[in-house]
Design a protein around this ligand. Structure first.
Ligand code: NAD
Length: 417
């Protein structure tokens, strides 16, 4: 991925300003929405397997809770920065609002390299982080979930640590947890499934038949691999996929499930039999109908955007397109489903998981998937209508809807004292 020095929080603020041009609300509300409500930095001493002590740094940024409790994932990655976590927490706020679920936005991050850590080290780090943020999270306050390089097991450790502190089981403190601990059926595939529903809607708008449509996916983790598998079930042809080690390409179409099995066995999609090797930059510029960046921020930059040939872009990742590249894509007439809409399936099913926990309910996978489909297609159509009304891109349409609802909540709550 061609990383630039682009600061994701600056990008988030630039997007806020774009929405503001159309919303034309009081400047005081804009000022409130430009700041995170609470930023917590914690140092996390952890006993490593070799007996040494390593002090990790972690963050939890609670951006805005005017529409409901804070909600957002936790990322473990060596490249985590406070500005990245702030940007992700702002995007979560607009995302929950676009999806029209009663949550605000937050995000957490720990600077660490989970690939180089043992399970024991990861568990001790996670429990230490959970203790450090325990006073500011909870089912009515702030509900974490998985993000890059965290998973259901990490959520289980947070749930256990938090419940031990409280003295009773609190399943609603995290979402994306294992089914055996109150997780929801359908949560593991929700982000990819939601993005696939958005792709189906976008294909209809673009009058591109989904059957046989060619798709390239950058990042073959939870979001990217489920997206590829579900879209393939809908009739699309997955021609290229990649991960941090590189990509693979087959014009005739890859088998999305077999590629996943290959990655699970060998740690990477690279080396999948019969496919050609491509770099991550090449993958983004492949001839295809749909391009899905599903890895990290700033993947589609101004340096490579001219080479992008896809007719539609569905942003499974958060912030994968820089603002400069975004303007170029818009001018080229590429139909882009923005992150705060395209990947909202994850938080929509997280919301369904939280509702089941609070009401002591268990829904079937069909029930969860059908609620997700209804919610995300409704959000897509609402954003598309807004974009058409103002003659703007889907990104600007989504920001007008997302920021607009939060701004309305902030204004209606008022300021006290
Ligand atoms: P994950 O850890 O399951 O997978 C990440 C994938 O990206 C891995 O295959 C990894 O090898 C690949 N990757 C990492 N660095 C890369 C690079 N430089 N180039 C190409 N590939 C690279 O993470 P995930 O949960 O699938 O998240 C992926 C993106 O989707 C993130 O931006 C995340 O914020 C976003 N997202 C995820 C969810 C969710 O529910 N999982 C929800 C909303 C948004």
């Amino acid at each position: 991925m061609s990383k630039t020095d682009t600061n994701p929080f600056e990008n988030a603020l630039e997007q806020l300003d774009i929405a503001w041009e159309y919303l034309k609300l009081e400047p005081g509300v804009r000022e409130i929405l430009r700041q995170a409500k609470r930023i917590v930095t914690v140092s996390l001493p952890v006993k490593m397997d070799d007996g040494s002590t390593h002090v990790f740094t972690g963050y939890r940024v609670q951006y805005n809770d005017a529409r409901g409790p804070f909600k957002g994932g936790i990322r473990y990655h060596p490249g985590v920065t406070l500005d990245e976590v702030k940007a992700l927490s702002a995007w979560m706020t607009w995302k929950c609002s676009v999806a029209d679920i009663p949550f605000g936005g937050a995000k957490g991050g720990v600077i660490c390299d989970p690939k180089k850590m043992s399970q024991g080290e990861l568990e001790r780090l996670t429990r230490r982080y959970a203790v450090a943020i325990s006073s500011i999270i909870g089912p009515d306050k702030d509900i974490p979930a998985p993000d890059v390089y965290t998973n259901a097991q990490v959520m289980a450790w947070i749930l256990d640590t938090y419940s031990l502190i409280k003295g009773h089981a609190v399943p609603g403190v995290v979402t994306g947890k294992p089914i055996s601990l109150g997780g929801s059926l359908g949560r593991d595939t929700a982000t990819g499934r939601g993005a696939a529903f958005c792709t189906r809607e976008a294909a209809e708008v673009m009058k591109i038949p989904l059957k046989g449509a060619t798709v390239a996916v950058q990042g073959y983790g939870n979001a990217g691999s489920n997206y590829a598998i579900i879209l393939e079930e809908m009739g699309a042809k997955i021609v290229a996929v990649s991960d941090s080690q590189g990509g693979i390409y087959d014009r005739q179409g890859l088998d999305a499930k077999k590629v996943l099995a290959h990655k699970e066995k060998g740690g990477s999609v690279v080396g999948y039999p019969g496919a050609e090797g491509v770099t991550n930059e090449e993958l983004l510029q492949i001839e295809c109908d749909v391009l899905c960046p599903a890895a990290l921020e700033n993947a589609i930059t101004k340096d490579l955007v001219d080479g992008v040939k896809a007719k539609m872009i569905v942003e499974c990742a958060n912030g994968p397109t820089t603002p400069e590249a975004d303007r170029v894509l818009d001018a080229k007439g590429v139909f882009l489903v923005p992150d705060i809409l395209a990947n909202s399936g994850g938080v929509i099913v997280s919301y369904l998981e939280w509702v089941q926990n609070l009401d002591r309910l268990y829904w079937t996978e069909e029930e969860v998937n059908s609620r997700l489909e209804k919610k995300i297609t409704g959000a897509f159509r609402g954003v598309h209508e807004e974009a058409k009304k103002h003659g703007v891109s889907m990104r600007t349409g989504a920001l007008i809807v997302g920021v607009g609802r939060v701004a309305d909540a902030v204004r209606t709550l008022g300021l006290w004292p």
